[in-house]
Design a protein around this ligand. Structure first.
Ligand code: NAG
Ligand code: ZN
Length: 417
């Protein structure tokens, strides 16, 4: 058969499979769902980004002592919130195996109380885990995720969302690592004094630094030395490039989708997807309709299209899931909350994805990336790399930061008595 005929046939099959009119028989759906659930019994489903801790702050003022988080479907204000997608019952239904819980405080805290408020979010995640010991286990390594999964627990990790949270201090970064933080999103929706965020790539946007400053590259090196993953969701394209060039460890995008399918600057362009493949990292696909379809609605099929696209451009080894539940205000049909992850896997099975590939996107890819960062950390220790202990140059700090700082002079400006 001529190649062109084969291509025509392939295109036709492709069109049938992706046609919106395609009807999957109910029996088939049930079979796919059962296969999907079996995959998630074998390997942990590891989601890169959930903002439940932000909800704890917003709805409960972090007062979680008496809060029962098994079922939040009938308790106000959770019940009527468009951003309440998580509770223990639904995590179990959705077959989550491990979760990076986001410690997020907004950019309005920058140069003010970002550090203490971030500690509060780290603290509330620890307390949520400790209060629910039959469900959660606090973990800090790839092995920890596997061990918790083997015991039927949801391995719980922390990601700090936004470089403003460290107040340009490598000491704070190190202490956050010690408190269990295993990734840091390099920026949120503001530039830090050392990195640009994605908004500079919007039409009319102007770069503040053009990517990472020299100090920003030192932040990357210190994260590599610690074994903390770099998260490039929310950063500008140039920051993505600079970080990919600087990092000796694989990186993640904890909650971003494909720019080619929706041109939101929170998504990852194809040229960067190719660099992520070279780096050995992953893009954990975000479910927010604004990033999936560039509109207020989406379906599980639309999310699967992002998986297909990233597979085509970067390869199946570079895909993960970072739904962004509790941070997003709209959800796709078929992925309404954390209980519905199996629908996405069923959709991919319907598209002919191999189960070994589903295991990769569920969790094996993230485990590989985390192990990669751990091994870079161990290598750097073996070669005697010491903690990077320089301070950010005073000249790198913007004027707006100065009123809230005592500067970089001696402690003893007033007498210590
Ligand atoms: C995305 O595409 C739309 C339509 O072409 C355009 O108006 C918008 O500016 C684009 N967004 C970006 C970030 O380029
Ligand atoms: Zn985010």
């Amino acid at each position: 058969m001529k190649l062109s005929i084969i291509l025509v046939l392939l295109v036709t099959v492709e069109q049938i499979l992706s046609s919106p009119a395609r009807r999957v028989e109910p029996v088939a759906i049930e079979t796919y769902l059962n296969k999907a659930r079996a995959v998630l019994d074998r390997v942990p489903l590891i989601d890169g980004h959930n903002d439940f801790a932000m909800s704890l702050r917003d709805y409960a003022r972090n007062q979680v002592g008496d809060l029962d988080i098994n079922d939040l479907t009938a308790l106000e204000p959770w019940a009527s919130s468009p951003s309440s997608h998580t509770d223990i019952n639904r995590l179990r239904q959705g077959k989550i195996g491990a979760q990076f819980w986001s410690a997020y405080v907004g950019c309005t805290t920058q140069y003010k109380d970002a550090v203490s408020k971030t500690w509060e979010q780290i603290d509330v995640i620890h307390r949520m885990v400790e209060a629910n010991p039959t469900t959660f286990e606090f973990v800090t390594s790839a092995q920890g995720i596997e061990d918790a999964f083997a015991q039927g627990k949801i391995g719980s990790l922390i990601g700090v969302e936004g470089g403003h949270s460290i107040d340009s201090s490598l000491a704070v970064l190190r202490m956050m690592y010690d408190m269990g933080v295993r990734y840091m999103t390099m920026t949120h929706s503001c530039a830090t004094p050392w990195a640009d965020n994605s908004q500079v790539d919007n039409p009319g946007g102007v770069a503040v630094h053009d990517g990472l400053t020299p100090f920003g590259k030192t932040v990357v090196a210190e994260m590599n030395r610690l074994g903390m993953l770099l998260d490039l969701s929310h950063v500008s394209r140039k920051t993505m490039r600079d970080a990919l060039e600087t990092s000796t460890a694989p990186v993640i995008f904890s909650h971003s989708s494909a720019y080619a399918l929706c041109n939101n600057t929170r998504n990852v362009p194809d040229d960067i997807l190719q660099l992520v493949a070279l780096n050995g990292g992953i893009v954990m696909v975000n479910f927010f309709p604004s990033f999936v379809t560039c509109s207020s609605t989406a379906t599980v099929q639309d999310v699967a299209n992002h998986m297909d696209h990233i597979r085509n451009v970067a390869g199946v080894d570079h895909i993960g899931i970072g739904a962004d539940y509790n941070g997003i205000t709209e959800v796709p049909v078929g992925l309404k909350d954390v209980s519905e992850y199996p629908n996405l896997f069923a959709e991919l099975i319907a598209r002919g994805w191999a189960e070994t590939d589903l295991e990769k996107i569920a969790g094996l890819n993230l485990l590989r990336v985390l192990r990669g960062a751990e091994s870079v950390r161990d290598q750097m220790a073996v070669t005697g790399v010491k903690p990077f202990d320089e301070w950010i140059p005073q000249a790198d700090l913007p004027a707006e930061s100065l009123p809230c700082s005592t500067g970089q002079t001696k402690n003893e400006q007033s007498s210590p008595q």
